[in-house]
Design a binder for this molecule. Structure first.
Ligand SMILES: Nc1ncnc2c1ncn2[C@@H]1O[C@H](COP(=O)(O)OP(=O)(O)OP(=O)(O)O)[C@@H](O)[C@H]1O
Ligand SMILES: [Mg+2]
Length: 697
């Protein structure tokens, strides 16, 4: 979730920030541009101030020089003429405060205009240092000399322009022009844009300020300075825009750009966020889609597996049904052949033919046994066992089976849990798998047998309908053989499916493996690749109980004539009759019952003891197990031997015999039966049937 939010916000944040930065840069650029513009305009104004002031001052000074030049040529000067010349000239230059005629001893002879400057007349300019210095300098240099600021007679500060007038090398006097700074510069600078502050300095002294001394403090950021030069004087002029000018020139563009930039950043970030969200949603959708597809594929696989299981179930039912009836027929054929064999001589054609019949029925019964195994209808005798020990025992028999070209590796998990299964059938399972692996590696290869514990969840078992989640012990048999195609893999558990040559394989190997493992509550998984190899794993549910020790193999009981009474309970007349014959040969007294109910009646009626009840497991009406329960109530100590080759799915418990339960598998030979009956009758201690009854068979 956290990651999801970060994913969504990262890109919009990058875009947004980039745009904000771009807006800031643009803003700064625009501000810089505006600053340069203002500075350039101010500079222009400052330069205009210089040019204007310099040219006006030059013009004013030139006026004096022209007058002086004109008078220099004249010998005798008439004061009145001179004054009228001056008055005439001054009329064009109103900035003049006064123009005076000063004699060589620095005394003012006359002043124009007289009205304003009466007191000036006759005054001694030499009394004032700066005036005297200027006049002397003008006299010595014979040039125009302009003073630094001097106090004006009628107040204020100003400057004097001293022009020496000579006639034939003799100093006649000085033409002195007086300007008041404020008046002079105000008139000169009246054309300079009014929206700028102006200040002019002569050295440290401010000689002009546009606002008449009440100027705002100079704005350092915007001020532009220029030097104004005329004669030997240099003034410094400063110009800077008034706030109103700044405000006027301040374009809203940078702000607009900035605000627009921020808005754009927000918009862009939002757009990217939406795009990102849409993309994430699309990704999530794709993921969900993929998951859905996977789920559908999984379901299809599970459905396939279910269909396959149903198909196997149907085939199994058919095979089981056929095998059951066929088995009874075989039993009768085999039994009678065996009985006939006893009655013919040692040699002769008849004996050979009977032998042939016996061999054929043995082969046929092997088939039916396998078919019953496949259809999960074989009678199991399970016990808790150590799969590792069993595997080690089987592995001991393998080298001659595998030959030299196949390398056998065994890797058994020492912590492997126990399983509950029929040891003999499990051995057959391992052998079948090993044979298949061997047959897949005609040119040699590697065969590995590995055991390990597995904890399986419901979801991992989707392809194994009927299997339950939980702890399993697993045996994996892998080879590096030719492997199988998908097509082959989908058929391998079907009975009679084989890819081997006629006569080489029956196609019943994996069918029995399938039946045995399924009947034991486990399942099988197959993985195979053509040209690479095959791994077949059998999974059996783990049990916590300790290993049950194998019953010591029954010591072959010497066949002796029996004199006990045996009650045979069997619904199939032919089988019953034949069993009776077998027992009679053995010397036993045989009682026959067609069903469980009939057997009970017998026992109730009969005074003499019945030593053994030999009963079929599955019969119409009362089943073998129920019969044994009822008999146990009637007569304590009665011994029981079950006979069967067949059990029903629905009555799987009936097919599973407790260890130690006496049982003989059909079809059996007279000797098999004689041995088994003797074994049960001779068994001491606890009655087997009681034991089996208590545990439930
Ligand atoms: N380890 C394996 N490698 C390659 N193919 C295999 C392997 N195990 C089984 N098969 C294929 O599965 C088919 C069926 O095997 P199954 O054991 O049921 O019968 P079979 O081996 O052909 O005959 P039978 O076991 O009765 O002698 C085999 O013919 C073979 O094509
Ligand atoms: Mg096989």
């Amino acid at each position: 979730m956290q990651r999801h939010v970060v994913d969504r916000l990262l890109l919009p944040a990058i875009f947004g920030l980039t745009t904000v930065i771009a807006a800031l840069i643009l803003w700064q650029l625009l501000l810089g541009h505006r600053r340069t513009e203002i500075q350039a305009a101010t500079k222009e104004q400052a330069l205009f101030v210089r040019t204007k002031t310099e040219s006006e001052l030059k013009a004013s000074i030139l006026l004096l020089e022209q007058l002086a030049g004109r008078w220099q040529g004249r010998g005798q000067r008439n004061e009145a003429d001179m004054q009228s010349d001056v008055a005439l000239a001054m009329s064009g230059y109103p900035s003049y405060q006064a123009i005076e005629w000063v004699d060589p001893s620095y005394h003012v002879l006359w002043v124009t205009p007289q009205s304003r400057n009466k007191s000036e007349r006759g005054s001694d300019l030499g009394a004032d240092d700066s005036r005297r210095t200027a006049l002397r300098a003008a006299q010595e240099t014979r040039n125009v000399v302009v003073t630094h600021p001097v106090n004006m007679r009628d107040g204020g500060r100003g400057l004097l322009v001293c022009v020496p007038v000579y006639s034939q090398e003799k100093l006649d006097g000085f033409l002195v022009g007086a300007f008041q700074y404020q008046d002079l510069l105000a008139s000169i600078l009246q054309d300079v844009a009014p929206d700028y502050w102006l200040e002019i300095y002569d050295g440290p002294e401010e000689i002009y300020s546009r606002a008449g001394g009440t100027t705002q403090p100079r704005d350092k950021k915007w001020v532009q300075a220029v030097d104004i030069q005329f004669q030997q004087i240099t003034w410094r002029a400063y110009a800077w825009p008034k706030p109103v000018t700044l405000a006027y020139t301040r374009s809203p563009l940078p702000q607009v750009a900035f605000v627009a930039g921020i808005l754009l950043a927000g918009l862009l970030a939002f757009a990217v966020y939406m795009a990102e969200t849409a993309q994430l949603r699309a990704k999530a959708l794709v993921k969900a889609n993929t998951n859905l597809e996977k789920e559908i594929a999984g379901r299809e696989q599970a459905e396939d597996a279910l269909r396959q299981a149903q198909k196997m179930e149907a085939v199994g039912r058919l095979a089981g049904g056929v095998a059951h009836d066929f088995n009874n027929l075989l039993m009768v054929i085999r039994g009678h052949a065996a009985l006939s064999l006893r009655n013919v001589g040692v040699n002769g054609a008849l004996r050979r033919e009977l032998d042939e019949i016996l061999q054929a029925t043995d082969r046929a019964s092997s088939f039916t046994r396998q078919l019953l195994a496949f259809s999960r209808k074989q009678v199991l005798q399970p016990r808790v066992l150590d799969l590792n020990a069993l595997t080690t025992q089987v592995a001991g028999m393998l080298p001659p089976v595998l030959g030299d070209d196949i390398k056998l590796t065994i890797d058994l998990d020492p912590h492997l849990g126990h399983v509950k299964a029929d040891a003999a059938l499990l051995e057959q399972v391992i052998m079948n798998l090993v044979f298949n692996a061997r047959d897949a590696m005609p040119d040699g290869g590697e065969l590995s047998i590995r055991s390990f514990n597995a904890e399986l969840s419901e979801s991992s078992l989707a392809n194994h309908p009927g299997a339950h989640a939980g702890p399993y012990a697993t045996l994996a048999i892998s080879d590096t053989g030719h492997g199988m195609s998908e097509e082959t893999q989908s058929h391998i558990f079907e009975p009679f499916f084989t890819t081997k040559d006629r006569g080489k394989g029956t196609g019943l190997g994996l069918a029995t493996v399938y039946g045995t493992i399924n009947q034991s509550g486990g399942f099988i998984s197959v993985s195979s690749k053509v040209g690479v190899g095959t791994a077949i794993k059998i999974f059996l549910p783990r049990v916590a109980e300790p290993v049950e020790l194998t019953e010591t193999p029954a010591v072959p009981v010497p066949t002796r004539k029996g004199d006990e009474t045996i009650l045979v309970v069997e619904d199939d007349d032919a089988v019953r009759r034949m069993t009776r014959e077998f027992l009679k040969i053995g010397g036993y007294t045989v009682l026959e019952a067609r069903s469980g109910a009939e057997a009970i009646q017998f026992v109730e009626r009969r005074e003499q003891p019945i030593d053994l009840v030999l009963t079929d497991v599955l019969m119409p009406g009362m089943k073998g197990r129920e019969l044994v329960e009822r008999l146990a109530k009637l007569r304590v100590g009665i011994k029981v031997l079950y006979m069967s080759a067949y059990t029903e799915d629905a009555a799987i418990n009936i097919g599973v015999l407790s260890p130690g339960t006496a049982f003989i598998e059909k079809p059996f030979s007279p000797d098999d039966l004689a041995n088994k009956v003797r074994e049960v009758l001779s068994a001491n201690g606890e009655n087997i049937s009681e034991k089996s009854f208590r545990r439930g068979i």
